[in-house]
Design a protein around this ligand. Structure first.
Ligand code: ATP
Ligand code: MG
Ligand code: MG
Ligand code: MG
Length: 475
């Protein structure tokens, strides 16, 4: 039961249902309650208003397996896909939530019980972090649960002088609910590169974060003062693919059942024999995000959410092309995805035909330009002196061939080359100026170019909050 992802999902929900949690179905990837957030990127997103007290529900404890996408905005894991063992653009976040009901200690006890009693993970493989000044959490892990002190790591705020990225304090925005976090890590073993959280090697994949517990303890007002909340809340998130990997005795998320079946299907379509091929992993990852985004009503387009979707689709097709794809392949993977995930997500099964059609249209459209664009890029790179790709070339590919700049950046990274982004920006600015002159529209184009630049290279940020930024899961 625990050695399949489907079994694990059910076990988690049942475990918390037994502890009086209401099982809540996954919401859409397009957040219904927050037009400024690009995609649902954590389990707590659908409950945001409940935490804020703006919405009430007939329960104070909930559990869910929420579909999430982190491919743009504050959380962008697109560039990590294929490079780490633990990141996807689309993943499921298992969570348990307390809306002013239980707090810190119960949250820690529940998590530990689930991992060590229910799943029977060996305690010595686990490691926890607490917020540096959260002595209460430290003591509870140590004295009540029995985690040895040397396996409890104190993590402070992200600071400029730190080279690494740890941060164990969560906040919903500049003001509002906030509080310390505690995370649970799993040690996959010495043979894998990486260091414990808080060390310079923490980004390696030896110690993998599996579960993040957030203790919403304070309300921060505009003057920066943190007032204790009368009824503190709990929000937790555990990536199902990461815990699945542990239960299936593998290191990488890409080796779990769902991914292996997607990878095998892709390998068959593309005639590839090496199932560990990085491009196969990218394709298996991208078919999930693209399909579920379409299920949730996102359509490929040249702006907003649709542009993020289009870029992911094009990236997948490019990786297929890299593997020698001679025919359309991407939309044919939907069938396998439905087989793997359709039971847990009936909306996927219902919309299978639409998803296939949409992806096929994109595939046909992009296939035409891909080869010409790639040919130009390859021949230009053959003549390249040094390791910097001229921005003018990147612009030409983007402008003439519909090659998203991040696609060129992806190719550049594989070849250990960089891009002259300044020159690219200048080309974009010049183009904008020309089209403005043509339309007689004299806005400050610098701002627009800047946002354009961010959206082509860094992912999509335009929809993000300005003043009260909702920094979901800042850590
Ligand atoms: P990491 O530090 O590994 O990037 P995170 O701290 O950004 O993870 P959280 O925002 O705390 O992740 O999300 C809660 C949980 O969701 C994580 O502990 C992890 O299990 C899972 N998770 C987060 N991002 C991803 C992703 N891109 N792909 C798969 N699982 C993820
Ligand atoms: Mg992350
Ligand atoms: Mg985290
Ligand atoms: Mg983290």
């Amino acid at each position: 039961m625990y050695n399949t992802t489907a079994g694990l999902r059910q076990a988690f929900l049942d475990f918390f249902a037994d502890k009086q949690h209401q099982i809540v179905a996954s919401s859409s990837l397009v957040p219904g309650n927050d037009p400024t957030l690009l995609f649902t990127n954590a389990g707590m997103v659908p409950f945001k208003d409940v935490f804020l007290g703006a919405e009430s529900r007939p329960y104070t404890r909930a559990t869910s397996s929420q579909r999430c996408v982190r491919a743009g905005g504050k959380h962008n894991d697109l560039e990590n896909v294929g490079y780490t063992a633990r990141h996807h653009t689309f993943f499921e976040m298992l969570g348990n939530f307390s809306f002013g009901d239980y707090f810190k200690q119960d949250a820690m006890s529940f998590a530990w019980e689930f991992l060590t009693k229910e799943l029977k993970l060996p305690e010595h493989k686990l490691l926890v972090t607490v917020y540096e000044s959260d002595g209460e959490a430290f003591d509870y892990w140590n004295k009540v649960i029995g985690v040895p002190a040397e396996k409890i790591i104190r993590i402070g705020d992200k600071s400029a002088d730190k080279k690494y990225e740890s941060d164990n304090f969560w906040s919903m925005g500049d003001t509002g609910p906030c509080g310390p976090c505690s995370e649970i890590f799993y040690d996959h073993g010495e043979h894998i590169w990486g260091g414990p959280p808080g060390s310079p090697e923490e980004d390696g994949d030896r110690f993998i974060e599996i579960w993040n517990l957030v203790f919403m303890q304070f309300n921060r007002t505009a003057d920066g003062v943190m007032h204790p909340l009368p009824k503190p809340s709990v929000d937790t998130g555990m990536g199902i693919e990461r815990i699945s990997a542990i239960m299936q005795g593998v290191h990488s998320n890409y080796e779990i059942d769902i991914f292996q079946n997607l990878i095998k299907a892709a390998a068959e379509l593309l005639n590839v024999t090496d199932l560990e091929n990085k491009s196969l992993r990218v394709i298996a990852d991208h078919i999930r995000s693209c399909s579920f985004l379409i299920v949730d009503g996102v359509m490929p387009s040249n702006e907003g959410r649709g542009y993020v979707l289009r870029r992911i689709i094009r990236r997948a097709i490019r990786h297929g092309n890299k593997l020698g794809a001679s025919d359309l392949f991407f939309h044919l993977l939907v069938k396998t995805l439905v087989k793997e995930m359709g039971a847990a997500f009936p909306e996927l099964t219902q919309k299978q035909a639409i998803v296939e059609k949409m992806l096929r249209i994109e595939e046909v459209q992009f296939a035409k330009t891909l080869e010409r664009g790639l040919a130009l890029l390859e021949s230009s790179l053959a003549e390249l002196k040094g390791t910097v790709i001229p921005g003018e070339l990147v612009f030409k590919l983007y402008d003439t061939y519909g090659f998203p700049a991040d696609l060129t950046a992806d190719i550049a990274r594989e070849k250990e080359l960089t891009i002259n982004e300044e020159a690219f920006d200048a080309e974009m600015a010049a183009q904008r100026k020309m089209s403005q002159a043509a339309s007689g529209f004299g806005a400050d184009y610098n701002d627009q170019v800047k946002s354009e630049h961010e959206s082509v290279f860094k992912g999509y940020d335009n929809l993000e909050y300005s003043a009260t930024v909702v920094e979901l899961f800042k850590n």
